[in-house]
Design a protein around this ligand. Structure first.
Ligand code: FMN
Length: 586
């Protein structure tokens, strides 16, 4: 069993940003089988630890013991015994916070007074340890306020080198620390915390193996993910600046308080991803109905800007009217934007197509491998950026693997319909060739259950045809199966068949949480289901009465009509819902 002692040096205790990282790191350690760490936390915010008096009494009068009687008496033996010391603290003035410095000072009883040269080249000598602590490993975990930890931790690194030896401790320092307390960004920060947990797990493996440097177990991939910025510098700094809700009123350094809604609008604008620029400027009108405040966000090729002065307002492409409270709830992920719209919690006017793309516009471009690594953990992050329609998350779109392709479902059936006129053996042979080509060509795409069922249907129907089942029966049965698949997918708990294929442009699986997307697809899928069930019945009856040509004409024209309806409906219906559902109730 390994003893882990966490020293939390943040005045915020467990609410500390840095401690969130520490918590994840320790979680990672705890997942190492066989390590069974015994964890104790010392909160310097709670502990009674007076500053060192500088009397050297711990070296002279009572060697190894401090003249002060406070919590440090109990802590010192634990410091010696621990197998792993984890220091968790914020960066304060490019160093450690005062209480942690006091804690370091009060470790003097653990050193001997003599001066010895060091072997690691740090400083000009040091005091030997009073107790053997060679078994001990040290980790320092810290967040800081600037966008990067790089070049901010020089003093801390030097101090840890002096205290624990050069390269004898592991530091996990992270910029943008204040993001960890922003609920609206929890998906981004959680993705980072997941990497920290991975680091903790790999470190724990090293600890279990008894390595002198457990950190060498941490993979390069994890290390590099830990060193990447959570948000791009400019996005982070704009968000951070806005978060203070303070306006500079002039060059004399005077400030005034800014409204929460304005800060929110600025933060939203800061999250704009210029890669989503649609080729012309877009103006969003943010109408906070409860506050009587209105601001505009202009999305331009090079970035975004917020217009505060109504005199300078431009004609907006879209006006979103809702209370500030609702906005905050949506941004914090407490309620999905699309759900809020369906419930009539806000109204939009302008182009709903733009609203559907909200997530694309306001999801910052992380543009790193790390972003892709994190994508899985951060599904739905667009909810952080406002009331997106669960769609078009660029991260989802960037994911390596290909999403579904409807042709994989359609081609096995169309192949059969095209070949059924031939003798069964030819039909079967060409079908096999066709299916093999489909399998090879569409190999990279994710397969749905309907793709597999379509392939299986082709094989079974061909087998029946080969065994002497008549053309009308095989044909009608194929239409029936096709119709059943569509209809079945509309049952409660199922995903409408077409939703599987159209979700690629709307955040993949995330689109399944979007009520507008799902309802649109449900109606379309039901339409196709009914269309083919009717067709199957008609084909059966018409072919049975010798009217094969009429059956075939119907089999072409009805789906063509349904296709035209689908194209129109999938554009019209979401617009209709957004403009009516939203508007009616606000
Ligand atoms: C007094 C004070 C000094 C700070 N000094 C720095 C600093 O030198 N560099 C920096 O990047 N951030 C600095 N910060 C920001 C904190 O390091 C940052 O907010 C950190 O995430 C807080 O972590 P915690 O929640 O774990 O306490 C400072 C904050 C305070 C309150």
């Amino acid at each position: 069993m390994k003893k882990v002692l966490i020293i939390n040096g943040s005045p915020k205790g467990e609410a500390s940003n840095s401690y969130q990282l520490t918590h994840s790191f320790i979680e990672g350690i705890q997942t190492v089988e066989g390590l069974n760490p015994e964890i104790e936390i010392i909160d310097l915010n709670q502990a009674k630890i007076a500053p060192c008096k500088g009397c050297f009494g711990c070296w002279t009068k009572m060697p190894g013991r401090c003249v002060l009687h406070d919590d440090m008496e109990e802590i010192l033996p634990k410091l010696v015994e621990a197998d792993l010391l984890v220091f968790s603290f914020p960066l304060y003035y490019f160093s450690v916070p005062g209480p942690l410095k006091t804690f370091f000072d009060r470790q003097l009883p653990l050193s001997l007074p003599f001066m010895k040269d060091r072997e690691d080249g740090i400083g000009n000598g040091g005091h030997p340890r009073r107790y053997d602590r060679s078994h001990q490993r040290v980790v320092a975990i810290s967040t800081c306020g600037f966008y990067t930890a790089k070049d901010n931790y020089g003093a801390v690194e030097r101090m840890f080198d002096h205290c624990f030896g050069k390269d004898r401790w592991y530091g996990l320092f992270c910029g943008q620390g204040e993001l960890f307390r922003v609920p609206e960004l929890k998906n981004q920060t959680q993705a980072y915390l997941n990497v920290v947990k991975q680091a903790g797990n790999q470190y724990g493996q090293g600890l279990l193996l008894g390595l002198a440097k457990p950190e060498e177990e941490i993979s390069k991939q994890v290390e590099s993910a830990l060193h990447k910025d959570i948000l791009p510098k400019q996005v982070f700094e704009s968000l951070a600046d806005a978060s203070w809700q303070i306006e500079e009123t002039g060059p004399d350094g005077k400030t005034k308080t800014a409204s929460g809604a304005l800060a929110f609008t600025r933060q939203m604008a800061a999250l704009y991803n210029p890669k989503s620029y649609p080729g012309h400027d877009l103006v969003f009108d943010m109408d906070y109905t409860d506050l009587g405040e209105r601001y505009q966000i202009v999305l331009q090729q090079e970035g975004s800007r917020v217009i505060i002065d109504p005199a300078q307002f431009q004609t907006p492409e879209m006006v979103v009217s809702t209370t500030f409270t609702i906005w905050k709830q949506i941004a914090a992920g407490e309620i999905r934007g699309d759900e809020a719209l369906m419930k009539g919690m806000y109204s939009v006017s302008g182009s709903p197509a733009i609203l559907m793309q909200w997530g694309t516009y306001f999801t910052p471009d992380l543009e790193t491998e790390q972003a892709d690594e994190k994508a899985d953990a951060s599904q739905g992050m667009q909810s952080t950026t406002g009331h997106n329609q669960a769609g078009s998350n660029p991260k989802s779109a960037r994911k390596g693997s290909k999403w579904t392709n409807m042709l994989v479902f359609l081609l096995p059936f169309t192949l059969l319909w095209a070949l059924l006129n031939n003798p069964p053996i030819e039909c079967a042979a060409w079908s096999l060739v066709g299916l093999a080509l489909i399998a090879v060509f569409f190999y990279p795409y994710k397969k749905t259950i309907y793709d597999i069922l379509a392939m299986a249907s082709n094989l079974v129907l061909n087998a029946m045809y080969l065994l002497g089942v008549s053309y009308p029966i095989v044909f009608s049965l194929s239409l029936l199966l096709f119709g059943v698949f569509w209809t079945f997918s509309c049952l409660p708990g199922q995903i409408p068949l077409c939703a599987w294929y159209s979700s690629g442009n709307f955040g993949r699986e995330d689109a399944f949480k979007n009520p507008i997307f799902m309802k649109t697809n449900w109606i379309i899928a039901l339409g196709w289901g009914i269309c083919y069930l009717v067709l199957a019945a008609c084909a059966w009856i018409l072919m049975g009465s010798g009217q094969k040509d009429l059956a075939l004409i119907l089999a072409y024209t009805l789906p063509a009509g349904m296709g035209i309806f689908t194209i129109w409906f999938q554009r019209w219906y979401p617009n209709y819902v957004m403009l009516t559902a939203g508007k009616a109730k606000v």
